[in-house]
Design a protein around this ligand. Structure first.
Ligand code: M6R
Length: 591
């Protein structure tokens, strides 16, 4: 988590850095700051709050100078305070650092530095970095030499950028764990956690590898390996532009991304038949298949598990990525691990995949963001092709993941083309599910916005949609919600149903219909307010969310959409920003 930016060039650095920070604010938004070098002087402004709030208070973008580093924070070590916001600096206020990662040995380093006379102003792990650099620079080292000397002392993940008034005219960065992309523009050079930050400003990008160091000056960029030797690195053109990511008239990215889903489905289904056939064969031949993912991506995997079983007659297990390493003992070279991650950066997924790779497993990743850490670790990568997903709640990436699992399961029975064909009409059906329900769900959210608890139930292939509906609601509206298999309700949770408790029943007219309905009636008999998501009207529904009829294996792609809209409208009607829910971040790069 956390977004870091550096700029060195011919233009005023602070406004460029501020704009770039806004584009990576999805990585963390509890505090932010910018440090600049102007006439050899180091100036820092930072505070708690979202970027626009800090800008209104401190005019971050008015800082002078052509060199800047910036940070937007998701707190790990130390509370959300101005002192803990980045940039962090050393005792003599000559070195400023922005950091993404966690320094596992920061307590030892802090003790050593304190015993040598360093004073600490924050509770962060990051603060040891400028102090260590300060010590090196006092010995006469250049900023890059000091960074090279400091980086190996930091255990854990440490991607950071530094500037110093003792060696002005440059930004120096290094990467360990979290990503760092270097951008080449017409008026200057950039470093950022995500190339999205400088797309539109830069036309070429170069990803930095672990332990490499980059030096940005107004005249160029230089790369060094961990031993300080110069490196030649290749750049590639930046194709996507930031303007792709504007809200286009929607109040929030979440709604824009929900509305984009019909178009995205076609892009997700445009895949390489050969690759899918090869992966499908490997899955069928594998001794065991494990899918690993977190959050929404894991719910897509749970739908995938039903598809693999129903279509491909192949059982696979879905293991929560944060629990994966407890199963690592059983992973071997006969294992295929499917890693599902929108960002391709999620630390829990990366850790599990690393273990599986070390054990000789084949790794297949299903990712949205290109050039991610996960893609570098995989034997095969399948891309979702759904474009930037800016809002923290995953929506369009989820639908695209469902499409990928659908294609993979049909590829197991050599029917990739049939699957593509089946998916052809699905965009229209998603459009209908949106058009029929958006306004009615907005109105419903007004009457349900003060409820404390929601429950979501479904069976079979739709069960994970119940869990996903509940996750979406919790995430953006802060209402407690639980999703579960409908048959499980009577084994405990039914005790929580009171008159008026909303229970969303995902009940398409498929092989799960009768039994799910019967579970809904059990809840209704205890006074539940039933929201029926179905293509078939039923008197027990207090509110009917009408969905179009589709093939039973495609219902998850349809049923989830009204639940996304319900969560969105509840968030907005409760006065929350669904794009930046409290305590969360889009890319969870810590364990
Ligand atoms: O980038 P990933 O798909 O690996 O992210 C996994 C989860 O952090 C993510 O799906 C999270 O649960 C979403 N914010 C849910 O909307």
């Amino acid at each position: 988590m956390c977004g870091i930016i550096g700029y060195c060039g011919k233009q005023a650095a602070a406004p460029i850095t501020f704009e770039a920070l806004k584009r990576v604010e999805y990585r963390g938004y509890d505090s932010a700051g910018i440090a600049v070098l102007s006439n050899g002087q180091l100036l820092v402004k930072k505070d708690i709050g979202k970027l626009d709030e800090i800008e209104a208070k401190h005019s971050l973008s008015s800082l002078p100078g052509n060199i800047a580093i910036g940070h937007t924070r998701w707190a790990t070590h130390g509370g959300v305070t101005s002192a803990n916001a980045h940039p962090q600096y050393d005792s003599s206020e000559t070195v400023a650092v922005v950091h993404n990662g966690i320094i596992d040995n920061y307590q030892e380093l802090r003790k050593q530095l304190a015993s040598n006379g360093h004073h600490f102003a924050s509770e962060t792990d990051t603060e040891v970095i400028p102090h260590l650099i300060e010590d090196e620079m006092k010995q006469g080292l250049s900023l890059e030499a000091a960074v090279l000397a400091t980086a190996p002392k930091l255990e854990g993940s440490s991607t950071f950028l530094a500037i110093s008034s003792l060696d002005p005219g440059k930004v120096v960065g290094t990467r360990k764990g979290s990503p760092l992309a270097i951008g080449i523009g017409d008026h200057g050079y950039f470093a950022a956690s995500d190339a999205l930050a400088f797309s539109g400003q830069a036309h070429q990008v170069i990803p930095l590898a672990d332990t490499e160091v980059v030096i940005l000056t107004a005249d160029g960029i230089e790369f060094l390996d961990a031993a300080g030797n110069k490196l030649a690195k290749e750049s590639r053109d930046i194709k996507s532009k930031w303007h792709d990511s504007h809200k286009q008239g929607y109040q929030f990215f979440m709604l824009k991304e929900i509305m984009e889903q019909p178009q995205m489905l076609e892009a997700a289904a445009t895949q390489d038949r050969e690759l899918f056939t090869k992966i499908a064969l490997d899955i069928l031949r594998a001794g065991q298949v494990i899918v690993t993912a977190c959050g929404t991506s894991r719910y897509a995997a749970l739908v995938g598990r039903y598809l693999f079983s129903k279509v491909g007659k192949k059982f696979c297990d879905v293991v929560m990525a944060s629990e994966f390493h407890y199963f690592a003992d059983s992973v071997d070279k006969n294992t295929v691990v499917l890693a599902v991650s929108q960002s391709g950066e999620t630390a829990d997924v990366i850790e599990g995949v690393q273990m599986a790779r070390d054990a000789g497993a084949q790794i297949v990743s299903i990712i949205n963001r290109p050039q991610s850490l996960l893609s570098e670790m995989s034997d095969h990568v399948i891309y979702l092709n759904c474009g930037y997903e800016i809002s923290v709640p995953a929506t369009k990436s989820f639908l695209s993941q469902l499409v990928i699992f659908y294609l993979l399961s049909f590829s197991m029975v050599n029917s990739f083309d049939e699957a593509v064909n089946n998916l052809k009409g699905i965009s229209n059906e998603v459009t209908k599910a949106i058009a029929w329900n958006n306004e009615p769900l907005r109105k419903l959210s007004q009457s349900l916005k003060d409820k404390d608890d929601f429950y979501y139930i479904a069976r079979g292939i739709n069960f994970a949609i119940a869990s996903e509906g509940a996750l979406k609601l919790k995430e953006v509206s802060y209402i407690h919600a639980e999703g579960m298999p409908a048959g499980e309700l009577k084994h405990g949770t039914l005790a929580l149903i009171e008159p008026g408790t909303p229970v969303a029943v995902i009940c398409p007219d498929d092989y799960t219909y009768r039994e799910t309905l019967s579970n809904a009636i059990e809840a209704k008999s205890r006074g539940a307010y039933i929201i029926g998501v179905s293509d078939k009207k039923n008197d027990i529904y207090d509110f009917w969310v009408k969905i179009p009829k589709v093939d039973e294996l495609l219902y998850p792609i349809i049923t989830v959409v009204p639940l996304q809209l319900l969560a969105y409208h509840l968030a907005v009607s409760r006065g929350h920003d669904p794009d930046r829910p409290r305590n969360l971040a889009k890319s969870v790069t810590v364990k």
